[in-house]
Design a binder for this molecule. Structure first.
Ligand SMILES: Cc1cc2nc3c(=O)[nH]c(=O)nc-3n(C[C@H](O)[C@H](O)[C@H](O)COP(=O)(O)OP(=O)(O)OC[C@H]3O[C@@H](n4cnc5c(N)ncnc54)[C@H](O)[C@@H]3O)c2cc1C
Length: 525
């Protein structure tokens, strides 16, 4: 094995956006770092060889123009985790490798209202971390090198609709705080006409350093503990062999397996509700002896954005690209444009993103609508209930080592249900106003739209950060330095620690928090 015992200052578990960013920061600070990722590399540079027939440097996943259809690629199924609840990706880059690339710069209020993010994690504290991220991985609302936007039929129709309602056009990158009755061209995680994200914008920097090891196809089973000290991790290698990799003296383990997988690592390590640790033990994991168990509320507090699907017949004519022709190379018009860095294939799925909010009993709830063309003249609006939602669920474990949703995180409170209904009803009224000429399709009324609820795939909260120590009846699993309560050298930096949901798609916030968390960890002597 390439794994060196007693060598690493940091073992980072999980090569998703949070894990790659944290690992790179630890390397930058002069440490010896191992990044362990259970999946394969998705880019040519990281070992992928299923490239496009017309470009041997790019996989279909890299091409922005195919991201709208990413869910129908064979690679997508290959990359999805098969042992987690909900949706997560088990591939280097995590969810960012297979997602729809919507890149929402978070507004300050995401951290400053509702009192969920603790002191030290308000926007004024996070802004410098965001700036560091945006410098490397800025996102764009104009990806085509020629400065043109392609396929703008939907944007024209919907901007006319929203203008009539008095909504305002904004640039969601330069005006992130504008989140009431606004619409924007979509911001995408695209750089140099390719899917961006930490695999491209952080990992190459880490890989230049000899003190950095990346181990792919290696699944961490648990951390190895001696009381409150982590001494190493147990890893199942690509070869099928299981090994324990020990830390250097004063080394640290940093979990970044994602909000749906980090809890499993904690349960397997004797950290979490008793019931979950017992299940881990029954499934054959070597959990510590019971006197070492730390009964923290891991998995409790699972959150996500629910999605409600609205389809509108608008009379326009949009259509969707011919994905087969892009893959087999016969769409020479778009492919030739792309070869110059231009055109439809440089863009993601959506053509417009809107935001708004409503208030109920003094609580503001936000909504995002991601609008994309469907076949013919129908457009689809993926409507999310976002920041301000008050529902929480529970993530647990089954005896086969799958994480499972024990209680749904969606629409658990009467106020969430009432507020979401009121927002959707207003939108339906506006859409159905005879002056628009629009007609609802598929889900024909508010009740049907609400019943279409599906996962937003923006999971958080399963190892929540906060000052109320979970070992003393509080709700938090990690402290404000992201260290697990009761442990000396175990940290978490992924979506699990977010104590709140953002107003928009979450990946940007995941990356900002990982930047900030790595800085906090490095500052702990
Ligand atoms: C289908 C889909 C579409 C999405 N669309 C968008 C979008 O358009 N915009 C947006 O902002 N967000 C989107 N998201 C959400 C976003 O991608 C995730 O929130 C984000 O990737 C979470 O980052 P993370 O680092 O916390 O965890 P993850 O991305 O889940 O990364 C965790 C990593 O850890 C690895 N891992 C897990 N367990 C182990 C283990 N035991 N040992 C070793 N490695 C392990 C995994 O393989 C993975 O690489 C989408 C998510 C999905 C699933």
């Amino acid at each position: 094995s390439s794994l060196k015992n007693g060598y690493y200052d940091y073992i980072v578990v999980g090569g998703g956006p949070a894990g790659i960013i944290a690992a790179e920061k630890f390397i930058e600070a002069g440490n010896k770092v191992l990044l362990v990722e259970r999946g394969v590399g998705p880019t040519v540079a990281t070992g992928a060889n299923e490239t496009l027939v017309w470009n041997k440097d790019l996989t279909p996943i890299d091409l922005p123009g195919l991201s709208a259809d990413v869910g129908s690629l064979d690679l997508w199924d290959e990359y999805l985790c098969s042992d987690t609840a909900g949706y997560a990706a088990c591939v280097l880059g995590g969810g960012v490798t297979i997602n729809y690339m919507v890149f929402v710069h978070p507004p300050a209020h995401d951290f400053d209202d509702n009192n969920n993010w603790p002191e030290g994690w308000k926007w004024k504290d996070l802004k410098s971390a965001a700036d560091r991220l945006y410098k490397r991985n800025p996102g764009t609302i104009l990806p085509s090198a020629d400065g043109k936007r392609y396929d703008q039929g939907l944007y024209k129709v919907l901007s006319r609709f929203f203008n009539k309602l008095g909504w305002k056009s904004v640039d969601m990158i330069t005006q992130p705080d504008e989140k009431y009755q606004v619409y924007s061209y979509p911001a995408w995680n695209i750089k140099d006409q390719k899917r961006a994200g930490p695999v491209r914008t952080y990992l190459p920097e880490a890989e230049k350093n000899e003190s950095f090891d990346l181990n792919l196809g290696a699944k961490v089973i648990r951390v190895v503990r001696s009381g409150s000290q982590v001494t190493g991790v147990e890893v199942k290698l690509a070869s099928g062999k299981t090994e324990i990799v020990s830390l250097a003296d004063n080394g640290r383990v940093v979990l970044a397996a994602g909000a749906l997988s980090t809890p499993r690592l904690l349960f397997n390590s004797g950290i979490g509700p008793k019931k979950q640790i017992e299940t881990a033990k029954m499934s054959g994991i070597t959990v510590p002896s019971e006197k070492e168990w730390l009964e923290l509320p891991v998995g409790v507090g699972l959150r996500d954005h629910p999605i409600f699907s609205i389809y509108v017949e608008t009379g326009g004519n949009y259509g969707v690209p011919d994905y087969d022709a892009i893959i087999n190379g016969s769409d020479t018009t778009d492919i030739n444009l792309y070869k110059n860095g231009d055109g439809l294939l440089t863009q993601g799925k959506h053509r417009m993103i809107f935001f708004s909010s409503n208030e109920l009993h003094g609580q503001t709830r936000y909504y995002q609508g991601s609008c994309a063309p469907n076949a013919g003249s129908v457009l689809g609006i993926t409507t999310y209930l976002t920041h301000g939602s008050t529902s929480q669920g529970v993530l647990g474990l089954d005896s086969n080592q799958n994480t499972v949703i024990e209680k749904s995180p969606y629409m658990q409170t009467a106020d969430d249900r009432r507020a979401a209904r009121s927002f959707i009803q207003q939108l339906v009224n506006d859409i159905q106003n005879p002056s628009t000429g629009f007609k609802l399709e598929t889900n024909l009324n508010t009740t049907a739209i609400l019943a279409s609820q599906s996962p937003g795939m923006h999971y958080t909260g399963t190892a929540k950060m906060g000052t109320d120590n979970g070992l003393e009846n509080g709700t938090s699993v990690v402290d404000v330095n992201t260290k697990v309560y009761g442990m000396d050298n175990l940290y978490v930096v992924d979506g699990s620690i977010h104590p709140d949901l953002p107003t928009g798609n979450i990946q940007t916030t995941i990356m900002i928090i990982a930047e900030a968390a790595a800085a906090r960890i490095l500052a702990q002597k």
